[in-house]
Design a protein around this ligand. Structure first.
Ligand code: PLP
Length: 430
């Protein structure tokens, strides 16, 4: 087994990590329910749902069965000039469960690519209609939309991981990240910067792109639905399209099937991914309305995108099984139960001096510290506590599978409390 890990260390790049001086990685042998089984047989509770995606946990019989049966028919065919039942059924479900105006589905192979497609839709819309000056997007600081170049160009320009590329990225515009918490009474000043950016730059702005209600990897910021309502009013006033990136928040994570439902604000373009396949494999979709389709295709143009693995039948079958499972499950109650437990258990972390704030919405719990964590040290401590939690910067956060049981969730939250507490002690020693 050590040979495997040695090879990994010497030859395989891991995300956002050094190849020459790699961080320690755990070798996972299998996963089932909410547990990951490591090479030594130890089982740890997954608090991360494999980065938001494994909402049903792992090794799910219904999804396994969907893959097996699709494999007997075909694993893949190109989507240019061909179509198939798994993609048609998936598009039907997506059209069905999103707002009635969102009728047209473009499949792609990852969240980042679905964002690229959304950006292209918005830019092509304005170009085709002759609004040739509208070539920029307005995004929010602390936003995260993926790692491809277009997506990077709308990630937080300073704290985002991509500031390194700033000189080669398309120059987009940024407004302050929302500062009004979910339940807070909304004041006009909360939207002031956004309004000012639009008033100043509306002639060059094709679309606003944002993660509704929860900004994920850019800062785990949870904000007021009223902010979205204001954004919509201002965008409509200046002929600016609205793109919602629900790659992290979609499929129940925030307590609503889609986070835009918290505000009742419907985007022109919606990106989904991650939990679309229950975390089994990579698939994403960009869903849009009649106005965008007609605009993009004005003057005989068509949307210029077509990935090789677009609408992959295996991935679509998995997504169909995952969505069926979700929609037939008591997911609202499960997410609410997780939220209630987090309110009681994770909130206890606010007693620790090193903790700045605990934020909770749906099946998302965030502990913000007033210091950056030591990732290597903390990951090891979490494993000792029997859980998988992977913090970044000063954020320790979880978004567990919806099927997690109360005692398992309490194991996670008490591990977070203990590890943060001992981190505080360690730091005080230095
Ligand atoms: C909000 C959001 N958008 C886009 C992405 C990129 O998705 P992917 O990693 O599948 O390319 C992510 C991934 O973390 C995300 O959280």
């Amino acid at each position: 087994m050590n040979n495997l890990k040695d090879f990994d260390k010497q030859h395989i790049w891991h995300p956002y990590a050094s190849m020459q001086n790699p961080l320690h990685v755990e070798l996972v042998k299998s996963a089932s329910g909410v547990y990951l089984t490591l090479e030594n047989g130890e089982k740890i509770i997954d608090g991360m749902s494999s980065w938001w995606s494994a909402i049903h946990g792992y090794n799910v019989p219904e999804i396994n069965e969907a893959i097996n049966s699709q494999l007997q028919n075909m694993s893949h065919v190109m989507f240019g000039g061909l179509t198939h039942e798994p993609a048609i059924n998936l598009a039907k479900t997506l059209v069905d469960i999103t707002h009635e105006s969102l009728e047209f589905v473009f499949f792609s192979d990852s969240g980042s690519v679905s964002v690229e497609v959304a950006m292209k839709m918005a830019l092509q819309y304005h170009q085709s209609l002759g609004n040739t000056k509208k070539t920029k997007l307005l995004a929010l600081k602390k936003g995260y939309h993926g790692d491809t170049f277009g997506a990077m160009s709308v990630c937080d320009p300073v704290t985002g991981m991509h500031s390194i590329f700033k000189d080669v990225l398309h120059k987009n515009l940024f407004s302050a990240s929302p500062t009004c918490s979910y339940d807070e009474e909304f004041k006009d000043e909360y939207i002031f910067d956004f309004k000012k950016m639009i008033q100043t730059h509306h002639e060059e702005i094709a679309a606003v792109i944002l993660e509704p209600i929860v900004q994920g990897a850019g800062g785990m910021n949870i904000y007021s639905p009223e902010y979205l309502k204001q954004v919509k009013i201002i965008c409509d006033e200046f002929n600016i399209l609205l793109i919602f990136d629900e790659i992290a928040t979609g499929f129940g994570r925030t307590g609503k099937l889609f986070a835009y439902e918290h505000a009742g604000v419907i985007p022109d373009i919606l990106c989904v991914g991650k939990a679309l396949t229950g975390g089994y494999m990579s698939l994403a979709a960009t869903i849009t309305n009649d106005k965008i389709v007609k605009g993009v295709e004005a003057n005989g143009n068509v949307l210029m995108h077509g990935p090789t693995f677009m609408g992959n039948p295996l991935a679509c079958s998995v997504a169909n099984a995952s969505l069926k499972l979700l929609l037939e499950s008591p997911w609202q109650k499960r997410v609410k139960d997780i939220e209630d437990t987090l309110h009681v258990e994770l909130k206890k972390c606010e007693d620790l001096p090193i903790v700045k704030e605990v934020r909770i919405l749906g099946a998302i719990g965030v502990v913000e510290l007033n210091k950056n964590v030591d990732l290597a040290w903390m990951s090891r401590e979490f494993i000792k506590q029997g859980v998988w939690v992977r913090p970044f910067l000063n954020l320790v956060y979880i978004m567990p599978p919806f099927i997690i049981k109360e005692d398992e969730l309490k194991t996670l939250t008490s591990a977070i409390y203990k590890v943060i507490k001992s981190f505080e002690k360690e730091k005080n020693k230095i």
